[in-house]
Design a protein around this ligand. Structure first.
Ligand code: ADP
Length: 629
């Protein structure tokens, strides 16, 4: 029975996705097969789950599996599963529209830059639509397990702007997808090729994937068709580690996490004891494009199975929020099959699993940091900010998490966050019992902050923190390995007991400062007695110094005001050779401008010292002229 065909336009976004997909996925078009098998496997998982409460859904057809067939003459490739199937509404929702918020965000994040878009699509994945890379016509017939045979749906499209929907009759539940291949895609009409693709991408699928066995009988002989299973067909995490290759783990990651990157690292464990469970946890290589959006409440990627049956994505119950980058599966032997989210929330076993998984994840990060620092740096670059939340959130593991933190530092390489607290401890100088750090709006602000100069001069390392979360995080981290942590931007800092000034370094700095100092001295001429490089200035550019035998300026001013005749001696000026204003004055090629800048340095110093300026009107004019420039 067939009703009148209804033709519907794809949602505008689908059209965009389709166009992008066909253009950008071309170089690895074979992934369509992996996508379809992965969807079929999910549908079988869902059926098995729904059948726990309603066994009649699977009745009469409990052999859950996927079939692949091809027909050279008709140029078609067909995949069939006896999974949950879809209702008409679900077909429209899942295949015709972009219901998933992720897709919408993906499109919003697209830029005009085509190359970037291709990369993005690789990160995002496109699932079902990848069929249109190789097919010019796709037909999907599906019947939801809980609906009548007469309520099956046929969806078909050539992947341009619209699709057709019919109501059809289908005795079997589940979904059949038929691809009519484009003329140049003959390779997918080949049994050997299909077997090898299944072996490469879908071997780990827990359900059997079946194909007709190729017959190589005597010519003219008609052999009985024979069906064979072409994948391993057991849940990957139940297999012994020794049997699994890196490729197997990587393929399973892509399927299970709907991921398109390679996994960075993983940890596969079986726990036996008062409760038993298996976990397989992955660290992604790439941050999902929408990491910023996939907030703490909307977490995904860790699937809960109970005795091999997929139950739900339960990331928020099985891991603390700060580990939300973890992907993978947990399979419990002891939880009841009918668990609900509410039960998960309160269950003692779940709480134990959660702390076990937290430990496993931190162990994995520890060993990555120790054995594969480059990979750890990748991880840190993508997810370090999330781990920082853990310092505040996970009191019990604070010290362990702190060990995993990485910072930029005055002894590091530029702005790269590569220094650990342990690196820092190993480099502490004589007399140092505190870990010094500074927080600012950015790395360069932290690095340029005058407060760290005195410490630097004494060889004391300062951690440079320029992320917004740092200030908040450090509010929870007061100690590490028995050493206090201290923000050098806050309060008075006495560094006199620390380390010693490095003579050689000092000499080098003096050498470098010489021409700057000479230049300023020439510019100021008789206005000053002397110009020197300062060893104490941090924040200010210059200050007036009083020589040991000179009268203190304030005293001189008092005597002068009382009518005493005081000789007008020119002051000595100290300048901070690193300061931007000093550098500018020294490097300015326009003589007049250079002199104005130098005079400003002197006047500022006098103002700071509390003196009245000789020529206040001139000062204001100079200032204004410079500001206006
Ligand atoms: P994704 O698998 O990433 O969600 P897809 O575009 O591949 O994206 O599929 C969209 C949705 O269509 C799936 O989430 C699922 O709900 C539904 N779907 C796809 N294939 C099947 C299938 N074989 N059986 C049942 N539902 C399916």
């Amino acid at each position: 029975m067939t009703t009148a065909t209804e033709t519907r336009r794809f949602e505008a976004e689908v059209e965009q996705v389709l166009k992008l997909v066909t253009h950008s996925l071309y170089s690895h078009k074979e992934i369509f097969l992996r996508e379809l098998v992965s969807n079929a496997s999910d549908a079988l998982d869902k059926l098995r789950f729904e059948a726990i409460a309603r066994p009649e859904l699977a009745a009469g057809d409990t052999d859950l599996h996927v079939e692949i067939e091809f027909d050279k003459a008709a140029r078609t490739l067909t995949l069939r599963d006896n999974g949950i199937g879809m209702s008409r509404e679900e077909v429209i929702e899942n295949i015709g529209t972009i219901a998933r918020s992720g897709t919408r965000r993906f499109l919003e994040s697209l830029t005009g830059d085509a190359r970037k878009d291709t990369q993005l699509i690789g990160q995002f994945g496109v699932g079902f639509y990848s069929t249109f890379v190789v097919a010019d016509q796709v037909t999907l017939v599906t019947r939801r397990a809980d609906l009548e045979p007469e309520a099956a749906v046929r969806w078909s499209s050539n992947g341009t702007s619209d699709y057709a929907l019919d109501t059809v009759t289908e005795a079997r539940r589940g979904t059949t997808i038929t691809l009519h291949l484009k003329p140049e895609e003959d390779e997918f009409l080949d049994g050997w090729k299909l077997r090898s693709l299944v072996g490469k991408y879908s071997d780990h699928i827990a359900f059997p994937i079946r194909m007709l066995k190729e017959q190589f009988g005597e010519e003219g002989e008609k052999a009985e068709p024979e069906i064979e299973t072409i994948n391993h067909a057991s849940a990957l995490w139940t297999r012994p580690k020794s049997e699994l290759k890196d490729e197997d783990y990587a393929a399973f990651y892509k399927h299970s996490a709907h991921a398109y990157d390679e996994p960075l690292a993983w940890t596969h464990n079986r726990v036996e004891g008062n409760q038993s469970y298996t976990s397989l946890l992955y660290l992604p290589t790439q941050a999902p494009f929408d990491l910023a959006f996939s907030g703490r409440d909307e977490r995904k990627g860790l699937k809960l199975y109970i005795r091999r049956v997929f139950i739900m994505d339960a990331s928020e119950h099985l891991l603390p929020a700060y580990l939300r980058f973890v992907r993978g599966v947990v399979d419990s032997d002891d939880l009841p099959l009918n668990v609900s989210r509410e039960i998960l929330q309160e269950n003692k076993l779940v709480a134990q699993i959660r702390s076990g998984l937290t430990k496993r994840t931190l162990d994995l990060l520890d060993s990555l940091a120790a054995d594969q620092p480059e990979k750890y740096a990748t991880f840190w670059g993508n997810f370090g900010a999330l781990l920082k939340e853990g310092v505040a959130e996970d009191h019990g593991n604070r010290e362990r998490i702190a060990k995993l933190l990485r910072f930029a530092s005055t002894k590091g390489e530029g702005s790269a966050a590569k220094v650990s607290l342990d690196d820092y401890l190993a480099r502490m100088v004589e007399g140092q019992d505190t870990i010094y750090y500074i927080t600012a709006d950015s790395f360069s602000a932290a690095n340029g902050s005058p407060q760290i100069e005195a410490l630097k001069a004494r060889g004391v390392e300062v951690l440079l923190m320029g992320e917004r979360i740092d200030e908040w995080m450090m509010g929870y981290l007061h100690e590490y390995a028995g050493k206090k942590l201290r923000n050098v931007a806050k309060g008075e800092l006495d560094v006199s007991a620390l380390g010693k000034v490095d003579e050689a370094e000092q000499q080098k700095a003096d050498e470098a400062a010489k021409p700057v100092v000479e230049r300023i001295k020439t510019l100021l001429g008789a206005k000053v007695k002397d110009v020197r490089a300062s060893k104490r200035l941090t924040e200010s550019a210059s200050c007036v110094v009083v020589d040991e035998y000179d009268m203190a300026p304030h005293l001189k001013r008092m005597l002068k005001a009382a009518g005493q005749d005081m000789p007008d001696s020119a002051p000595a000026l100290e300048v901070n050779p690193q300061h931007a204003l000093v550098q500018r004055a020294a490097n300015e090629t326009d003589e007049d401008l250079a002199r104005e800048l130098a005079i400003l340095l002197l006047e500022q110093a006098q103002l700071l010292e509390g003196a009245a300026l000789e020529d206040p009107a001139g000062f204001v004019k100079r200032m204004n002229a410079l500001i206006a420039k």
